[in-house]
Design a protein around this ligand. Sequence first.
Ligand code: SAH
Ligand code: SF4
Length: 394
Amino acid sequence: MLPDVRQETRETLTARFKEWDVPHYRVDQLLHWLWPRRAASWDEMTNLPKALRESLAGTFSLGSLTLARKQGSRDTTQKFLWQLHDGAYVESVLIPANPALYGDRADRHTLCVSTQVGCAYGCRFCASGLDGWKRNLAPWEISGQVLAIERWNQSQPAAETPAPTAEGSTETATPTRAAASQPERLINNLVIMGMGEPLANYDNLLAALRSLNAPWGAHIGARKITISTSGVVPRIRQLGAEPEQFQLAISLHGATDEVRNRIMPINRKYPLAELTAACDDYVQRKGRMITLEYILIDGVNDARDQVQPLSQLARRLNAKVNLIPYNKVEGLEWSRPAEERCRAFASALEATDVVTTLRIEKGHDIDAACGQLRLRTEREISGQPAAQPSEQPG
Ligand code: SAH
Ligand code: SF4
């Protein structure tokens, strides 16, 4: 298989065009087609000479993700299930901007992107790891989720806001009308919180994020990109040493080793003391606040005695805390605490001077927790019963 052209950078394409004796300005024309105009075929690139298009097509592939299923409707969280060339599925979740949270225009959206097919980390509460890890996504399959949704949006009747599609419909993310020279952008925030552990696919993730961030690429600011990790300590340190100011979110979910060991196998390898030290290092290097994600799971980590250790950790790291009531996963034993209990936990934490948000999850009704739509679809296709807990690698 040929390498995908969206894995090239401006530098590598410049070198290639020089080899081919093609004038330099053609590089920018090509990049304009690939990124702002999100072209899905070489034929669309009408201002490139046919001979150049043929050379490109003989050297690179221009892959696309096929929309296998979509849930949700306009103004709500929408979930996209993509089928990849080898038949595997991954998900992306499009969340309408919350002006209170991000201060953005209400027509802007945050996209939650997947980085792996499945996940090897086996957090006990999570659907993504239930069937183990299948493979890493290539850089273009990561950035391609952004492009495919932007293209899908362009193809909708009202171009600027996504329109509803019936659940289970099948459509391919191909534009149905010509793109404007610089189409309006739908997505202005990225959260790398879909399926998979992003820092376990580090090189591909960084390559994808660099294209999404580059002025010649999707031009999404590094500060608008949040990478979420379950706590892969050496990679957190490596990310801290990169020049970009990516935002870091830690899936903490327990403020003591006892609680964390119970639900997150990774804590046995990198316990809280090591994780905290790596976070400290990240904060020092970047001079930016990090976020601690804390799912509230009934009877596991939602008792008042967890507030103090969580507060201590957050204050030491000068981090804000995102509390997220657990989304039930079919077949797993865990459940979401009552709303008053979540609110009480949030108030108690806030009272200790920790910046706290309680995110009553949007999309609770559409398998919003990561990995659920894919798991359900794969099991429907293979005729297996609903999700069952299984032994996971740690
Ligand atoms: N692997 C990375 C990123 C993907 S998971 C990580 O763990 O951070 C993205 C977030 O969704 C994590 O905080 C994860 O703990 C959370 N999550 C997983 N299953 C969930 C569920 N059922 N309900 C709510 N959040 C869940
Ligand atoms: Fe993997 Fe993150 Fe799910 Fe844990 S929470 S199993 S690291 S995707």
